[in-house]
Design a protein around this ligand. Structure first.
Ligand SMILES: Nc1ncnc2c1ncn2[C@@H]1O[C@H](COP(=O)(O)OP(=O)(O)OP(=O)(O)O)[C@@H](O)[C@H]1O
Ligand SMILES: [Mg+2]
Length: 365
């Protein structure tokens, strides 16, 4: 087991003007499950590949435990990687696929068989050891790819979108299996996904990347409750946080015809005459009779059993602004209704409109 440290790790691809990963500083604790998340092209795979030794580090350093691995060949790093496409050898059986890396490493036949069997038991693959990959389901193939990583007992697991080839239901089951398995084994894991739900459900901590730049690192709860900037606020959470401009007013910000109080320090810190306000759908209070707050016309209500989501729009400074609110799944307003929305007090996020940085420091539940 080991820690992983990125120290100002940068990757500039030949011919590009902007680094794909820009001075990444990140510490992964021993035994931790860290998820790297962000939109397509933000540098997740590049970060993982630098850690694996498959991509050159242009500047900075990478350490596994106390070892500086920046210039070390992949085979000496004591890591195992699980890729999106599994890359199983089609002509080999499951057992041969799982034991291949051990064979290359010169491990004898008996020990190989024992380690493969142990991993197969962990992954419920024992009945399939003699089969070829083409005779397996997608989920079973995914488990063979995991098994191939496990048998090597590496110090670090690296996983790049390992669930993206599975259908939605299997993805949910498999993500639970992966997180409980890696925790049971206690192996430090760096897991890449573009799916924020996967990140929230699997990670001990989450690191959010955008355009090669680290935006925030924290527990799922931290990132959800206290996003440090507008990007993280909008990226983490589904449906996404409502974000809109609100004019400063005396002691707070304007929310339709009412003023929502905001800390003096936050208001003073904001650079312009307006701030960007964020309210999560579950923190919006919908009133069908009241006249306080933002007047909203309901466009659609999505019923999801116990809960529902109300999608509506309003006008803020002459601009059409869409808003989502969580409502009761059975008793709620309908399309065409006019309602008034106010935020739950103490659950208003505020960001500087120019820099996008958080103004209110902590939201306490
Ligand atoms: N071999 C390469 N040569 C030049 N540019 C590259 C190379 N590989 C990736 N890039 C660029 O580097 C940036 C980061 O790519 P990367 O593959 O790390 O993104 P990602 O976050 O994994 O995206 P995705 O979610 O789509 O897999 C992108 O702009 C991409 O076009
Ligand atoms: Mg990628």
């Amino acid at each position: 087991m080991a820690t992983v440290t990125f120290e100002k790790a940068t990757r500039l691809y030949p011919g590009s003007t902007r680094p794909a990963v820009d001075a990444l500083d990140l510490d992964v604790e021993d035994g931790e499950f860290l998820v790297l998340v962000g939109p397509s092209g933000c540098g997740k795979s590049t970060s993982l590949r630098m850690l694996a030794g498959l991509e050159e580090v242009t500047e900075g350093r990478i350490l596994i435990g106390d070892r500086d691995v920046t210039d070390m060949p992949p085979k000496d790093r004591d890591i195992a990687m699980v890729f999106q496409n599994y890359a199983l050898y089609p002509h080999m059986t499951v057992a041969e696929n799982m034991g291949f890396a051990l064979k290359i490493a010169g491990v004898n036949k008996d020990e190989r068989a024992a380690r493969v069997l142990e991993a197969a038991k962990l992954l419920d693959l024992e009945p399939y050891l003699a089969r070829k990959p083409k005779a397996l389901s997608g989920g079973q193939r995914q488990r063979v790819a995991m098994g191939r990583a496990i048998v090597r007992s590496p110090q670090v697991f690296l996983m790049d979108e390992p669930l993206s080839n599975l259908d939605a239901k299997l993805r949910v089951q498999t993500r639970t299996q992966i997180s409980s398995l890696t925790r049971r084994l206690g192996v430090t894991t760096v897991y890449v996904t573009h799916d924020q739900v996967e990140a929230l459900t699997m990670g001990d901590r989450i690191a959010v990347l955008k355009d090669g730049v680290l935006q925030q690192v924290g527990t799922p709860r931290d990132l959800y409750a206290n996003p440090e900037n507008v990007f993280v606020a909008g990226f983490i959470g589904s449906p996404a946080m409502n974000l809109f401009h609100a004019d400063k007013a005396d002691g707070g910000i304007r929310f339709g015809n009412t003023i929502i109080p905001l800390e003096r320090a936050a208001l003073d810190a904001a650079s312009g005459t307006a701030v960007t306000v964020g309210v999560r759908p579950e923190d919006v209070i919908v009133s069908t009779t009241g006249t306080e707050g933002l007047p909203v016309e309901v466009d659609l209500v999505e019923e999801l059993g116990a809960d529902g989501y109300l999608y509506g729009h309003t006008e803020i400074n002459g601009q059409r602004t869409d808003i989502v609110a969580r409502v009761d799944g059975r008793s709620h307003p309908n399309a065409g209704d006019r309602v008034h929305l106010t935020p739950k007090l103490g659950h208003v996020h505020a960001f500087d409109t120019e820099s996008g940085l958080r103004l209110v420091h902590a939201i306490v539940d």
